[in-house]
Design a protein around this ligand. Structure first.
Ligand code: FAD
Ligand code: UDP
Length: 373
């Protein structure tokens, strides 16, 4: 065999795996069907602004080892994500915190805010939330649910909030301090110079073939390497034999504007049901840019078809059951390693993907990677 590993997908999972395997002396070939490496963290430089081509990416983790690991590839700035919500023209701070509660109800102390939420939550009497709607209502009550959650969630996922898993809403902090930090994690930032720096360093010295779809020449590629690391859609790998998994896709509408500051924040969420997009990203603010112009991106969610990119797994009951069947099949493969958001059908953030890739490569090659992954 010409290569030890064929790595399908030059996203974060494939790149971490390739970097570590290459460092351990293994010969790797990385292929990706896109015209660039990096998968969804890829940025395009437009007049000195790093445009997050596939949606806002903010690195955050509480795992010091993962933070140190990623810092070896780039320096990170001090960006803290603090999105603003626009509900029919009214502005609210996110995540749900004392600023939000003041804006909603005029309450000024944590005790007043807690009392307000408690009255609303108690009225509903939800004891064991079984879906996103019940989970949200039982955490924050009706006002926040209707103004800041329901519209956004149902646009984003294209399904009633009642049909979505509760864990999705638990991604958002609820706190009774005046703190607009969207994440609770200890470490957070944006790589100085953009995410491509990280991927370029990881893949330095490794053969990468772009515009190359694995399924276009599967037999040829299978014959090139002893083992395959597969980071694409798991159902596609098995020719959809247990049925198609559903994914949520997005259409990104990028606009270059001759103004220096369009919205005053990197992320503004449109939480009403009527606005067809979920958020507008103004990329320069991730890096405190002072360019005289700006680039903004509107995100329009839509159902995935094989003409679009599958961005989000939909971890509802039906899809979870179907995925379980693929997972069992994957576990019996001796020469294929499955990893990443699409192959594991998991709503992974970047730090999760790095941790999982490190775990898999460490086990595979018996490496002494001293990372608590
Ligand atoms: P991907 O990046 O999807 O890479 C998989 C690669 O495989 C792709 O390049 C694809 O082209 C390639 N591929 C697939 N099939 C084939 C094939 N048949 N042949 C060849 N190549 C193939 N995480 C955070 O931590 N913070 C954030 O703020 C954040 N924001 C996000 C916003 C959006 C809109 C999205 C969609 C994700 C966000 N994430 C965020 C998650 C983050 O993007 C992922 O955790 C991470 O990039 C996943 O890496 P991956 O390698 O698993 O997958
Ligand atoms: N969400 C919401 N209102 C918001 C932001 C998020 O209801 O203003 C919900 C929505 O269901 C979303 C989930 O919280 O899918 C997770 O949000 P996050 O910002 O983590 O989504 P991502 O960045 O992964 O798209």
């Amino acid at each position: 065999m010409e290569y030890d590993y064929l790595i399908v997908g030059a996203g974060l999972f494939g790149s971490v795996f390739a970097y570590e395997a290459n460092k351990a002396g293994k010969k790797c070939l990385v292929i990706d069907k896109r015209a660039h490496a990096g998968g969804n963290i890829y940025c395009e430089n437009v007049n000195d602004i790093n445009v997050h081509k596939y949606g806002a990416h903010i690195f955050h983790t509480s795992n010091k080892d993962i933070w140190d690991y990623v810092n070896q590839f780039a320096e990170f700035n001090r960006y803290t994500n603090s999105p603003v919500a626009n509900y029919h023209g009214e502005l609210y701070n996110l995540p749900f915190n004392m600023n939000t509660f003041y804006q909603l109800w005029g309450v000024k102390t944590p005790a007043e805010a807690q009392a307000k939420i408690k009255t609303q939550v108690d009225k509903l009497g939800i004891t064991e939330p079984t879906n996103l709607e019940e989970q949200a209502l039982s955490l924050v009550g009706e006002d926040i649910y209707h103004k800041l959650i329901k519209g956004y969630t149902e646009k984003q996922w294209g399904r009633p909030a009642k049909e979505l898993p509760a864990f999705i809403i638990k991604r958002l902090p609820l706190r009774f301090t005046f703190d607009n930090n969207y994440f609770d994690d200890k470490y957070q930032g944006i790589p100085v110079g953009g995410y491509n720096k990280i991927i370029d360093k990881m893949l330095d010295g490794i053969e990468v073939r772009l515009n190359t779809d694995y399924f276009g020449q599967k037999d040829y590629f299978d014959g090139l390497a002893t083992k395959i690391v597969y980071t694409g859609m798991i159902d596609q790998f098995y020719q959809y034999r247990f049925g198609k998994l559903e994914y949520r896709s997005l259409r990104f509408e990028h606009e270059h504007l001759p103004v220096s500051n369009y919205q005053g924040n990197a992320v503004v969420n449109y939480t009403d049901a009527e606005t067809p997009f979920t958020r507008i990203i103004e990329h320069k603010h991730f890096e405190f840019g002072s360019q005289p112009e700006t680039v903004i991106t509107r995100e329009y969610p839509n159902e995935w078809t094989d003409k679009e990119e599958p961005y989000y797994p939909i971890n509802d009951t039906r899809n979870t059951e179907v995925y379980q069947q693929y997972k069992e099949l994957a576990a019996s493969e001796k020469n294929v390693i499955f990893g990443g958001r699409l192959a594991e059908y998991k709503y992974y953030d970047m730090h999760h993907v790095i941790a999982h890739a490190l775990k898999k490569v460490r086990t595979e090659l018996n490496l002494a990677i001293n990372v608590n992954a």
